[in-house]
Design a protein around this ligand. Structure first.
Ligand SMILES: Cc1cc2nc3c(=O)[nH]c(=O)nc-3n(C[C@H](O)[C@H](O)[C@H](O)COP(=O)(O)O)c2cc1C
Length: 245
């Protein structure tokens, strides 16, 4: 008989996981990463196929990927600031143009826009970044490409052959992993931002045919930076319950 944790403890534990956006420069041993992966593998999966793969980057590999992503982000920013000539150059050199396996940025459906705007306004508000301060906003976004200082970056690839179900399986896996990390005092940030450029990440791993880069997860020990105190709104369940016809 498996000992169950009491419901209140579970509720508090799950609710207390928050995205970490500033990490200490403290290594995470490979044995601990493996433990997290083992926990994550207990998530449910379509026909138990586990249609995902994980790239683990620390040390020089992490630094190389970070440098390349940052460089592409800066190239794209320079090109956009450079008016039409910058854009033409970007099209010719292609360096900095998104090269993702999935479409990372797309317009938000209009009924979801208010939620996205709220989280953005509140996060940047906490960091005292004004709405029209594009330089500060770009700099904060660029922190994604430093993995917010995390010593470990994980990259999640999903098999295109199972379509949406690969992606849904990967989501379940990621949530188990992130809660496992939280249970051990580690912090995580799921990162769609890093999937914008797949080639520099693919280059570092032996990715079999058919696998697409879905997103990254920054992993490490949270610092006491105020950004880690950010509490994104937790929507009331009435917002997701379908009404009867
Ligand atoms: C698939 C996925 C991708 C995400 N990508 C990013 C990202 O690129 N950068 C970032 O700062 N946060 C990212 N997040 C974190 C969300 O913004 C965060 O989960 C949400 O605001 C709720 O906050 P919480 O995790 O603290 O509860 C991502 C989350 C998910 C699930």
């Amino acid at each position: 008989m498996v000992k169950k944790i009491d419901a209140d403890s579970w509720k508090h534990f799950a609710a207390s996981r928050r995205t970490t956006r500033d990490f200490l420069d403290k290594p995470v041993p490979q044995s601990l990463i493996d433990e997290l992966l083992e926990d994550a593998m207990t998530a449910p999966s379509w026909s138990n196929t586990r249609p995902y793969l994980v790239g683990i980057a620390s040390g020089e590999k992490r630094d190389r990927i970070s440098a390349e992503l940052l460089s592409r982000w800066e190239a794209a920013g320079r090109a956009l600031r450079g008016g039409w000539w910058g854009r033409v150059k970007l099209l010719f050199t292609r360096y900095g143009l998104p090269q993702s396996d999935y479409r990372v940025f797309r317009p938000y459906p209009k009924e979801l826009v208010p939620r996205q705007q709220r989280v953005g306004a509140e996060l940047y508000g906490l960091l005292s970044i004004k709405r029209d301060d594009h330089v500060a906003r770009q700099a904060q976004w660029a922190r994604n490409y430093e993995f917010f200082g995390a010593p470990v970056a994980l990259f999640i690839f999903t098999h295109k052959g199972l379509g949406e179900y690969s992606v849904s399986d990967a989501g379940l896996f990621m949530q188990n992993l992130m809660l496992g990390a939280h249970a051990r005092g580690l912090g995580t940030c799921a990162q769609g931002a890093v999937a914008l450029w797949a080639p520099p990440i693919r280059k570092e791993f032996n990715v079999p045919k058919g696998y697409k880069l879905l997103c990254g997860i920054a992993l490490g020990y949270p610092s006491d930076h105020k950004v880690n105190g950010f509490q994104a709104e937790r929507l009331p369940i009435a917002e997701i319950k379908l009404r009867d016809v």
